[in-house]
Ligand binder design. Sequence first.
Ligand code: SF4
Length: 174
Amino acid sequence: MGAEIDYEGFIKELDIRLKGYFESFGDNIKCKRGCSDCCERGDYPLSDVELAYLMQGFTELDIHRKAEVKENIKNMVKGGVCPFLINKECSVYSYRPIICRVHGLAYFYKDKKVKIPYCVNNGKNFSDVCEGEIYTVQPINLNLDTYHILEGFYSEIKNMYDWFHTDNDTNSVV
Ligand code: SF4
């Protein structure tokens, strides 16, 4: 890790900003408690800073949940269900990575590509304003607001599977 960073302070401010973004999309957002479409398939890319914070959440779980997450991590497949998802809810919600916090929004990311959440295909977010590749919604410029701000502090961003299955130090954490 590079310079020290007040990651928790950053996350608090980010959450306030994201709340505003979610509200600005109004009825296009169908997110609600118990919906876990975003956590059931994906790569969940995250940095070392985010991983350390996520594992802080893990250490606060009770013994049963810890065991369940450990088992999930062992059985995790690339692109599949997130191991922290238990009974369709995030077991480490306050500690979840940035990618999870922005899930559900329509935004520009690298190379000016537009990210529309996968759940559009399930009749959820932005399904009212998307027809195949065509959409009538103004995506927000999230890339600048999140990853770029932290870029200087990142050593590396890897998919969650790779952190747990190819990095021995991280493996020993769980
Ligand atoms: S960390 Fe939590 S919010 Fe993020 S994908 Fe996993 S279960 Fe979902």
